[in-house]
Design a protein around this ligand. Structure first.
Ligand SMILES: NC(=O)c1ccc[n+]([C@@H]2O[C@H](COP(=O)([O-])OP(=O)(O)OC[C@H]3O[C@@H](n4cnc5c(N)ncnc54)[C@H](O)[C@@H]3O)[C@@H](O)[C@H]2O)c1
Length: 348
């Protein structure tokens, strides 16, 4: 049945891939993207689907912030929105250490504005895209949806705050919303400040990559399209008020990922520069989620890490126009200097 989906943050990494997923898998759906086009949002990220004759008529873009209730309510009414999937967020841990305030504005207050609009304007469902980082760190075993939420960084604390808004509004008002919690994503169109595209783009130019400490932090990697199919499954089949982990058993240490990247690109290990961990005590050692609740609901990931990492590296090699335009921007340069200037020194 035809539906209109509001994808907030749809000009970012996962949101844009989710738009591609929906356009392909739900031929009768229309998508409305609301995105503030912060440093992480770029129209070049959705240019292919905005210009393709097959998809252009099913996709509409609005610039704006999710905290702006006039904009949010106006779009919901004008476009007769059925579902909202919220990707809009300040999403980078390292930036949250430098400037935490904007994270609370978007990741907590922005979620409240969306939920309020869902309740008052009769939107059928809203899915809040959250992260496994809300659980904090785990040395052994896996987080289930029952695990306590113990966020350790300003980013993960703000995402937890957004989730708590979903929980409270569902319990208090019956607002039809639910949550997904996923591990680290990789794939096409990821802003090149995050580990995999940051390292790939630097290695391609024979520049050193900064590895925190021994690189033994463990992350639970998932290919972005598996995350998107998980979100879509929860949106359509999940129980309102519930949270669902999304994971694909992709645990790797940062040094393992770095070595695979060097290997894919044929680069020497001398390009690794070990640096002191700038996150200090806020650097979670291991994330790992148990996704049984979602697999019981009928979802399965389709991709393996090594295969899709290679394909992802190839994508960045083949799409240099996309990322070179971004890394030239003053905002990107400024962040890299502020965050890595001291530790990378002349290798910056
Ligand atoms: N990247 C990951 O590995 C990962 C893992 C789990 C969960 N998540 C969550 O998934 C979501 C998307 O992550 P991503 O990696 O695609 O992030 P991203 O930074 O690439 O994209 C975020 C998008 O949101 C937009 N945005 C930011 N503030 C906004 C605001 N106030 N109003 C409207 N738009 C705004 C940005 O312009 C950008 O297009 C986030 O909520 C993040 O917490 C990410």
């Amino acid at each position: 049945m035809s539906k209109t989906l509001l994808v907030t943050g749809g000009a970012g990494f996962i949101g844009s891939n989710y738009c591609r997923y929906v356009l392909q898998h739900h031929p009768d759906y229309r998508i409305v993207v609301l995105d503030a086009l912060t440093y992480a949002g770029n129209l070049s990220t959705i240019a292919d689907i905005q210009s393709s004759p097959e998809t252009a008529s099913r996709l509409r873009f609005y610039p704006g912030k999710i905290q702006d209730e006039t904009v949010v309510n106006g779009i919901i009414e004008a476009e007769r929105v059925d579902y909202i999937v919220n990707f809009a967020a300040e999403s980078h841990n390292d930036r949250s250490i430098l400037e935490p305030g904007s994270f609370i504005q978007t990741d907590v207050y922005g979620v409240f504005v969306l939920l309020d609009a869902v309740r008052k304007r009769g939107v059928a469902r809203m899915l809040q895209v959250s992260t496994d980082e809300v659980y904090g760190t785990i040395n052994e075993g896996q987080f289930t949806e029952q695990s306590p939420l113990e966020p350790n960084t300003p980013y993960s604390a703000s995402k937890t705050g957004g989730e708590m808004q979903v929980r409270a509004q569902h319990i208090t008002y019956g607002t039809p919303a639910l949550v997904t919690r996923c591990g680290n994503n990789y794939g096409p169109y990821q802003y090149p400040e995050k580990l995999i595209p940051f390292f790939v783009t630097r290695l391609m130019d024979n520049r050193k990559v900064p590895l925190y400490g021994e690189g033994n932090q463990v992350r639970d990697w998932i290919y972005v399209m598996d995350h998107c199919s998980g979100i879509d499954h929860v949106l359509h089949h999940g129980v309102l008020g519930e949270a669902y982990n999304i994971g694909s058993q992709g645990e790797r240490t940062n040094i393992e990922v770095t070595e695979l990247l060097l290997n894919c690109l044929g680069k020497p290990a001398s390009l690794i520069k070990r640096i002191p961990d700038p996150r200090g005590g806020a650097h979670d050692r291991r994330y790992s989620v148990n996704a049984d609740k979602l697999t019981t609901l009928g979802w399965q990931p389709k991709h393996t890490f090594e295969e899709m990492l290679e394909e992802t590296v190839r994508w960045y090699v083949d799409h240099q126009d996309w990322w070179r335009e971004i890394v030239r921007k003053p905002d990107y340069q400024d962040f890299v200097h502020r965050f890595y200037g001291k530790s990378l020194g002349e290798d910056l």
